[in-house]
Design a protein around this ligand. Structure first.
Ligand SMILES: [Fe+2]
Ligand SMILES: [Fe+2]
Length: 132
């Protein structure tokens, strides 16, 4: 399997996670309570699978390989910036979830950042797949 195919396959798993994220933020917006532990699992998958495994694979081996072609450098820079954006949203989800657990009403920001994350995932993977 080529590196591109491998990453595309991982995108299929990430899309399944995106569906869970969408379901969760819609429930929160509709006033439905979902257990904190479910949002913790989403956070765990974002940190441990997306960031530590998938992005690291792209940044560590795939992007450097294709970066030797000069015309792709701009696209890679943009994708790297998007990875940073993803890390910032993930931090915002964690921070607000922590405050919510401590008793502050953070339902709206948690729902909003999950929604932003879902949009990010769809757009980011679309761009990458056009590029792979
Ligand atoms: Fe990526
Ligand atoms: Fe990706």
């Amino acid at each position: 399997m080529s590196a591109s195919e491998f990453l595309r396959n991982e995108h299929q798993d990430i899309l399944r996670l995106e569906k869970v994220i969408t379901k969760s933020y819609k429930a929160l917006y509709n006033g439905v309570d979902i257990p904190f532990s479910d949002i913790d699992k989403i956070n765990f998958l974002i940190a441990e699978f997306l960031d530590s495994v998938h992005f690291t694979r792209e940044e560590g081996s795939y992007f450097p390989c294709v970066a030797t072609y000069d015309h792709l450098n701009k696209e890679i820079r943009e994708l790297l910036i998007e990875h940073e954006f993803s890390r910032n949203i993930a931090r915002s989800i964690s921070k607000n979830l922590k405050l919510w657990k401590e008793g502050q009403d953070k339902r709206e920001p948690v729902a909003r950042f999950l929604s932003v994350y879902s949009t990010f995932l769809i757009e980011h993977m679309k761009r990458e797949e056009a590029f792979f």
